[in-house]
Ligand binder design. Structure first.
Ligand SMILES: *Cc1c(COP(=O)(O)O)cnc(C)c1O
Length: 367
């Protein structure tokens, strides 16, 4: 089965095979691997040794977002969230339930937020210490630009948290150039093409030290992960985790390097997304976002008349392709991921599978 979801993603067999081993996380032969992984990830983020540190948690991306909001947004301040998609909406929910004040900036889910919109919102809301920005909005496939947004955040003297869960490894980020970013967060799955199991926050050390005791949680306190690192070293895990996924990630990062790193991965995903976008449009289907707003991670398509998503997903499975059985855009849609160990030939297979599924369901005329 070809897995075309924007997480979990299709992985290479060598990545999955790396997990077939028992591991004791505190063992002297595991600690150097864990340390090296954390350093490799910091480097991909453009983090500076001694300034930034990779802080892992054995959680999903949502929980890491909660940890970042709890750790870095002071309880007496607020966080501005530009809401142009489902994942931004989830950040709002995570922040509110963690007891943080959240200011929502409504933006259509068909385009990125502009720097001037952020600038105006920050001017109107001096209570906001932070902006929480979703880099690649997996909800519809659009992309927000953290470099451009970060410039206005920095000028306004505020801080930024970047959800790069569906961006990191493909879309560029350079923490060395963006001192306003307290943390960028992501997971071992998605564009790094590892297995799920761990999330990572590459964070400023000074921000972690200033945030000690803020989180109101031990489990989800990044300042405590940093404190543990300082006390016990980069090879130390606070609690038992799915460490086999770290073995898989090590192999996945070897593959990432061999491919040519972030620029090469972006080029492959971009080519995938362009081919899929064009191919589905060629079937008469209507893309959810304009070509100029289409990011490289997931292609979202309006549901044609008479469409039932569950039936379509089953028909596609009969063609050997598995997609999400739910949609995350404002209007009803279906979505096909273009990330993971997938290539142009897989996109061609996907377009042919969609055509066959629509034919089987008698929906080609509607499209
Ligand atoms: C997938 C995703 C998440 C959530 O990750 P989980 O590991 O499923 O919790 C958060 N933000 C974005 C932008 C994502 O694409």
């Amino acid at each position: 089965m070809l897995l075309l979801t924007p997480g979990p993603v299709q992985t290479h067999p060598s990545v999955r095979a790396a997990m077939a081993e028992d591991v004791a996380p505190w063992d002297s032969s595991f600690r150097p691997l864990y340390t090296r992984l954390r350093e490799r990830i910091r480097v991909i983020a453009g983090g500076v040794e001694g300034v930034h540190v990779t802080l892992p948690l054995q959680v999903a991306g949502h929980m890491m977002m909660e940890a970042a909001l709890r750790t870095f947004v002071p309880a007496d301040r607020a966080v501005l969230v530009p809401v142009n998609g489902q994942y931004a909406r989830r950040a709002v929910k995570l922040g509110r339930l963690a007891g943080r004040r959240v200011v929502e900036l409504a933006v259509p889910d068909t385009r990125g937020v502009t720097p001037s919109e952020i600038q105006a919102a920050l001017a109107a809301h001096p209570e906001c210490s932070h902006v929480a920005l979703v880099y690649s909005e997996t909800g519809s496939g659009i992309v927000n630009d953290p470099a451009a947004i970060g410039a206005v955040v920095r000028a306004a003297g505020r801080r930024m948290i970047v959800d790069a869960v569906s961006a990191f490894g493909a879309l560029p980020i350079d923490l060395a150039q963006q001192p306003e970013i307290d943390t960028v967060l992501f997971t071992s799955n998605k564009c790094l093409e590892g297995l799920p199991g761990f999330a990572f926050a590459v964070s400023r050390i000074d921000s972690c030290e200033a945030a000690a005791g803020h989180a109101g949680s031990w489990s989800l306190d990044l300042a405590d992960v940093w404190a543990n690192t300082r006390a016990s070293g980069m090879g130390s895990l606070r609690f038992t985790g799915p460490v086999q996924s770290l073995l898989a990630l090590d192999v996945a990062l070897d593959r990432f390097d061999a491919e040519g790193g972030q620029p090469a991965r972006l080029a492959r995903y971009r080519a995938n997304a362009d081919a899929l976008y064009r191919g589905l449009k060629g079937l008469g289907l209507k893309p959810y976002v304009e070509a100029a707003e289409q990011g490289p991670i997931v292609v979202t398509i309006h549901q044609p008349a008479g469409f039932v998503l569950a039936d379509f997903v089953e028909a596609l499975k009969r063609q050997g392709v598995l997609i999400s059985s739910y949609y995350t855009s404002v209007q009803s849609s279906f979505r096909i991921g273009t990330i993971g160990d997938v290539h142009l030939a897989d996109m061609e297979k996907a377009v042919a599978a969609v055509k066959a599924a629509l034919d089987e369901l008698g929906l080609r005329q509607a499209a």
